[in-house]
Design a binder for this molecule. Structure first.
Ligand SMILES: Nc1ncnc2c1ncn2[C@@H]1O[C@H](COP(=O)(O)OP(=O)(O)O)[C@@H](O)[C@H]1O
Ligand SMILES: [Mg+2]
Length: 322
């Protein structure tokens, strides 16, 4: 059953330079127990789409969707105050840079308590404290009791991300949105954090949306994936289908640019994708990927391809690869 259903999600910013259509059409589902990978180059709208889902967009943004359902409840129809309760309690998010997401002025204890208090307003001081210690222990923070008194600057990047995960877990969310949770961390720490997330996910029967630009991470950790380009879902399906048999030329190009041996068939030449993601200020006709696509035809330049929503596997391309 779909835990989260997102259909034709759009986000627009009003800026001094006019309107910016940052997210044009994100469409995907997260089923219960799924780890959905969300991949795409920087600037493709991954973070903004996530913020739209949890209703944390900046003030100059507006969002629309044909459907935004969480556990079959329509998030679009929820009143703001109810949404605030849902956020954090049912859907939690962790961000790329743990240091800037933690408030530098407050201790770990304070920041954990703040979340616990919002969602369990009745508990006693001692109960909050015990819960805070338990949460830090769960995310593998040694000497948890002592760590409660730390300020963010006293933590390493890896420890700060563990604290963020503890805060996210404080209310036992059903869905965790992890937005490039390890991009700011070095390789060994990054693996530890991804292992921790996988372990917690198992234990807590939590679904996860893992935003990353690393296809290896998707391959190792996600059972389903969406590939996004210039604000649009261009392909989705199970990880195996999409990464082993890509049908969108962009997915194919991403895979071809990958230096890793695990996915790239032996003997494949490494390549990088020529060109850049179109600027959000550009008004490109046709398929957003056509300027970089080796297969583009006149039709691709003229007409934007749509996908067939009746299919499990979405491909937004006039000429899907076979
Ligand atoms: N506050 C903002 N005002 C105007 N445009 C924005 C704002 N925040 C993000 N954008 C635009 O939205 C697009 C998508 O950004 P983002 O979701 O952060 O990309 P990603 O997470 O995929 O790297 C970017 O091209 C960016 O220029
Ligand atoms: Mg981002």
């Amino acid at each position: 059953m779909a835990l989260l259903e997102v259909k034709h999600l759009e986000v627009e910013f009003r800026t001094n330079f006019g309107k910016v259509h940052a997210v044009k059409d994100f469409t995907f589902n997260v089923a219960e127990g799924d780890t959905l990978g969300v991949v795409g180059e920087s600037g493709s709208g991954k973070s903004i789409a996530s913020l739209a889902i949890i209703d944390l967009l900046p003030n100059n943004a507006t969002s629309h969707a044909q459907r935004l359902n969480f556990q079959q409840a329509n998030l679009l129809a929820l009143h703001r105050s109810r949404f605030a309760r849902l956020r954090g309690a049912e859907i939690a998010m962790i961000f790329q840079n743990p240091m800037s997401s933690l408030d530098p002025c407050f201790t770990v204890n304070y920041q954990l308590l703040e979340t616990l208090r919002v969602h369990q307003p009745q508990a006693s001081r001692a109960a909050y404290r015990a819960k805070a210690i338990e949460l830090l222990q769960q995310v593998g923070i040694p000497a948890a009791e002592k760590r409660l008194r730390s300020y963010p600057h006293e933590l390493s990047g890896g420890m700060a991300q563990r604290v963020m995960i503890a805060i996210a877990l404080a209310c036992q969310p059903k869905l965790l949105i992890a937005d490039e949770p390890t991009t700011a961390l070095d390789v060994t720490i990054s693996k530890q954090i991804l292992d921790l997330l996988a372990e917690l996910q198992q234990k807590k029967a939590m679904s996860m949306m893992l935003i990353t630009h690393d296809l290896n991470v998707v391959f190792e950790r996600c059972n389903t994936v969406i590939v996004v380009y210039a604000g649009e879902t261009v392909e989705s399906g199970t990880t195996r289908e999409v990464l082993l048999k890509p049908r969108h030329p962009y997915t194919q190009a991403l895979l071809a640019a990958l230096p890793a041996v695990e996915i790239t068939p032996r003997g494949t030449e490494l390549s990088t994708i020529k060109g850049n993601v179109p600027s959000v200020y550009e008004n490109l006709s046709g398929c957003a990927f056509h300027p970089r696509c080796q297969y583009a035809t006149e039709l691709c330049r003229r007409q934007a391809p749509q996908y067939d929503l009746t299919q499990e596997r979405l491909v937004r391309c006039h000429y899907p690869l076979t």
